[in-house]
Design a protein around this ligand. Structure first.
Ligand SMILES: [Fe+2]
Ligand SMILES: [Fe+2]
Length: 199
C-alpha cells in the first residue's frame, strides 16, 4: 500500500451509492464490477468529500461533476467501440475497455479538493501526476496491466499515450465529454481542446 490512499470496501450503502453512478457495470464480470466499486469507494473514503456527487471534474469548470463526466465517458466510449465493431469489423475487449472508461479518472478525488465553495489542487497533486496515481491504485487492487497502463498514460499532458485500441477509444470519449464541460460550464479563458490550435 502507498500512503496516498487506504483501500477499503466501504459499507453496503456506500457501495450502492457508487454503483448507482456507474453505467455499464453489468458489462464486466461480477468480480471486476465489485473491484471497480472498491476503487471508487477507496478514493471517496480517502478524500474529504461527503458525497461522490461533490467530486469536481476539472478546475477549469469546477461546477461540472466528476461522476457525470465518468458516466458520459463510459457511455460515449461504449458507443464508439460498438460503432467501430459494426462498421470497421474491429472488435474490442469489454473486459479491458469498460473498466478503463469507468476508472480513467478515479484519482481525481485525491488530486482536487473543495475549499470555501471553490475547487483547488490538493497537496498530493504536486507529488504524483493525474493518471499515474490512478495506476498505483488499480495496480494495488490487482487490475489487468492493460487497464493500468492506459489509465496511467491517458492524461492530456502525459508524455505519451498507450498504443492500445482501448486507450484510443478512451481518448476521444474523454475529450468529447471534456469539451462539453468547458463549452457549457468553463471558467472564462477555459478553451475547449478542439479550439486549442497550435501556432
Ligand atoms: Fe483524466
Ligand atoms: Fe476524463
Amino acid at each position: 500500500m502507498t500512503g496516498y490512499f487506504t483501500v477499503t470496501e466501504g459499507t453496503e450503502a456506500q457501495r450502492r451509492d457508487i454503483a448507482a453512478l456507474l453505467p455499464h457495470l453489468d458489462r464486466v464480470s461480477p468480480a471486476i464490477a465489485e473491484l471497480t466499486i472498491t476503487a471508487w469507494v477507496t478514493v471517496w473514503k480517502s478524500s474529504g468529500y461527503a458525497r461522490p456527487e461533490d467530486f469536481p471534474y476539472t478546475l477549469l469548470a469546477p461546477g461540472y461533476r466528476l461522476m457525470d463526466h465518468v458516466a458520459e465517458v463510459t457511455e460515449l466510449g461504449v458507443m464508439l467501440a460498438e460503432y467501430r465493431e459494426l462498421r470497421w469489423r474491429e472488435s474490442f475487449d469489454p473486459a479491458v475497455l469498460v473498466p478503463t472508461l469507468i476508472l480513467h479518472d478515479v484519482d481525481k478525488p485525491l488530486l482536487y479538493e473543495r475549499h470555501d465553495g471553490s475547487a483547488r489542487y490538493s497537496e498530493l497533486a504536486a507529488d504524483v501526476p493525474h493518471g499515474v496515481l490512478g495506476g498505483f491504485l488499480l495496480r494495488e487492487l490487482g487490475f489487468d496491466e492493460r487497464i493500468v497502463s492506459i489509465v496511467s498514460t491517458h492524461a492530456a499532458n502525459a508524455p505519451f499515450h498507450s498504443s492500445r485500441d482501448e486507450g484510443w477509444i478512451l481518448h476521444y470519449a474523454d475529450f468529447y465529454s471534456c469539451d462539453h464541460a468547458l463549452r457549457t460550464q468553463g471558467e472564462s479563458g477555459a478553451t475547449p481542446f478542439y479550439q486549442r490550435h497550435l501556432a
